[in-house]
Design a protein around this ligand. Structure first.
Ligand code: F6P
Length: 339
């Protein structure tokens, strides 16, 4: 695991803003490393003489005024824990202006200068509107297992979830090989195939199916047949839950219609839990610390991300208007590796 290069934008050359209070929340699906990010935000704030508030249950808790002061001890012993001590939620009220108006009212009543939002692109879209409509300064930290945030090559939780899914696939491979079976393993990713692609390559999958590309069922069968012809008796197909050609159960049924027998394993939410990997702890700790330094130096309405191994600040407008693309060559490589 390498250290990241620090931002090319020298924060120290910017004049410091007189901010006194920040708040932090988690939003959307939880991701391993969110606790490490909360810890980094709180500790960096305390080290720089800021007051810091934790908001429980994301935007939903914010609307209800669920803010509580935090200090260095509030985040002791959480760096290694999965989930989020602040809890998280998906908040439909925040899609409406009235919801965001209520959120702004609560933040202003508590004299919060900057809100740090740990979450995915939907959460950043909400933060963007909160700043645009009501002048609330926000900073985003990319926290999602899906790794689908434009402006950051990596997201907090992705590495851990890939490792969790991989461990499961290695186990499935043992039993698949003992019984000469075909397994369809479904991993998370409704709209993005980053988890499936990485897990599939690392797990030696015959075929990887992701939401971004639909493959004719005939070619999936061909890849299995090719293996059988060269004496391969067990195979693994990795499919992302949002694959447009069907989920794992539907694909297994298609195989059955063609006379193959296929077992299904849906990994589901186990990919969201567990202790964060060293990589995710480092990512969360460094980006978390920089979110507070960014706020102190007057940056607002940006995410703190990672591009080409360097910490970067990317405006919300860019992050929410663009889609991070899958590198198709990796799919091609995976097909060659399974030949
Ligand atoms: O957080 C991202 C994610 O895990 C996606 O991969 C998945 O499609 C979705 O969340 C599931 O959300 P929920 O836990 O709300 O069902």
């Amino acid at each position: 695991m390498s250290m990241f290069r620090l931002p090319s934008q020298n924060l120290k050359s910017r004049s410091k803003k007189p901010i006194a209070r920040i708040a932090v929340l988690c939003s959307g699906g939880d991701a391993p490393g969110m606790n490490a990010a909360i810890r980094a935000v709180v500790r960096t704030a305390v080290a720089n003489n800021l007051e810091v508030f934790g908001i429980s249950r994301g935007y939903a808790g914010l609307l209800e005024g669920k803010l509580a002061p935090m200090n260095a001890s509030s985040v002791a012993n959480i760096i290694q824990r999965g989930g989020t001590v602040l809890k998280t939620s998906r908040c439909p009220e925040f899609f409406h202006r009235t919801g965001r108006a209520q959120a702004a009212k609560v933040l202003k009543a508590h004299k919060i200068d900057t809100l740090v939002v740990i979450g995915g692109d939907g959460s950043f879209a909400g933060a963007h509107l909160l700043s645009k409509e009501f002048g609330i300064n926000c900073i985003g930290l990319p926290g999602t297992i899906d790794n689908d945030i434009f402006g950051s090559d990596d997201t907090i939780g992705f590495d851990t979830s890939v490792n969790t899914a991989l461990e499961a696939i290695d186990r499935i491979r043992d039993t698949a090989s003992s019984h000469d079976r075909l397994f369809i393993v479904e991993v998370m990713g409704k709209h993005a195939g980053f988890i499936a692609l990485q897990v599939g390559i690392c797990g030696g999958a015959e075929t990887i199916l992701i939401p971004e590309y639909k493959v004719p069922f005939g070619s999936i069968c061909k890849s299995i047949d090719r293996g059988i012809k060269r004496g391969k008796l067990s195979s693994i197909i990795v499919v992302a839950e949002g694959y447009r050609g069907g989920n794992a159960t539907e694909i297994a049924k298609q195989f059955e219609k063609k006379g193959y027998s296929a077992k299904v394993a849906i990994l589901g939410h186990i990919q969201r839990g567990g202790a964060p990997s060293a990589h995710d702890r480092f990512l969360a700790s460094t980006l978390g610390a920089y979110s507070v330094h960014a706020a102190i130096h007057g940056l607002k309405n940006v995410i703190v991300g990672l591009e080409n191994n360097q910490i970067v600040f990317v405006p919300f407008t860019k992050v929410i208007s663009k889609k991070k693309t899958i590198t198709k060559q990796y799919l091609e490589i995976s097909a060659e590796l399974a030949v």
